[in-house]
Design a protein around this ligand. Structure first.
Ligand SMILES: [Zn+2]
Length: 238
């Protein structure tokens, strides 16, 4: 018999409606449960009042109604101070669950961080991190201009102090095997070839003082001595 079972026996015990085992258990219980001791005292008082009133003949339907009501009423134990309710063996499960939730949260944070880091590479205006162009892009006077081209972009970084220009392509449409992008330095005089440019590649070239523009054209794969098609990119460099 649990403590909760013993609690609800107070009424039955008072009316002597318990069996020997229940009586023994409740007597043991009531010795250490002030709540049930108080209930027994109250029930005895009520029973005495009921006994005094027994001389009055009850309504013939009372017993039937009481029994019907009892069958619909759930019996509850009295309110007592709370017992330790959480079995110790449940705690490891809860702890594992919390650790699991924390792990998922941490993994999500790492995933979001990874996406953010990946996006940083595509932020326009950042210097293109290439080893052989580092001197130009990190020069104190370096300036970069960029323009979007057919789903990609071309940028030109110039350093007058170094006398160099770095042209970088990103995501240009690929060309067939017979053609290539060619970079031209423009200004006073005829355009000068700075070299062929891969769709995602770079070209670095000396930058004479009279050059104030960079253009890109589509030329035969072996390159041309001068532009033969309209430029697909025109950049003005300072
Ligand atoms: Zn009790």
């Amino acid at each position: 018999m649990t403590t909760a079972d013993a609690h609800i026996l107070a009424g039955a015990y008072t009316l002597d409606a318990v069996d020997d085992l229940e009586r023994a258990a409740f007597v043991r219980h009531v010795g250490e449960c002030p709540t049930c001791a108080g209930e027994v005292a109250g029930f005895r008082e009520t029973a005495a009042h009921l006994g005094a009133a027994a001389a009055v003949a009850p309504d013939p339907g009372l017993r039937r109604r009481v029994l019907a009501e009892i069958s619909q009423t759930r019996q509850l134990p009295p309110r007592v101070p709370a017992e330790p309710a959480v079995p110790a063996r449940r705690r490891p499960w809860r702890k594992r669950a919390l650790i699991g939730i924390a792990s998922v949260a941490a993994a999500a944070a790492v995933l979001v961080g990874g996406i953010s880091i990946g996006l940083d590479h595509s932020v326009p205006g950042n210097p293109v991190p290439v080893a052989d162009g580092g001197a130009v892009t990190s020069a104190p006077d370096a300036t970069t201009v960029r323009t979007a081209v057919a789903g990609g972009s071309v940028s030109a970084t110039v350093s007058r102090q170094l006398g160099k220009v770095l042209v970088a392509a990103e995501g240009l449409p690929p060309l067939d095997a017979g053609h290539a992008y060619e970079v031209w330095l423009t200004g006073a005089g005829a355009p000068r070839s700075a070299g062929l440019l891969e769709p995602g590649g770079i070209v670095q070239a000396p930058l004479p003082a009279e050059i104030d523009g960079v253009s890109v054209t589509v030329e035969p794969a072996t390159g041309s001595l001068q532009p033969t098609t309209p430029s697909v990119v025109d950049l003005e460099v300072s």
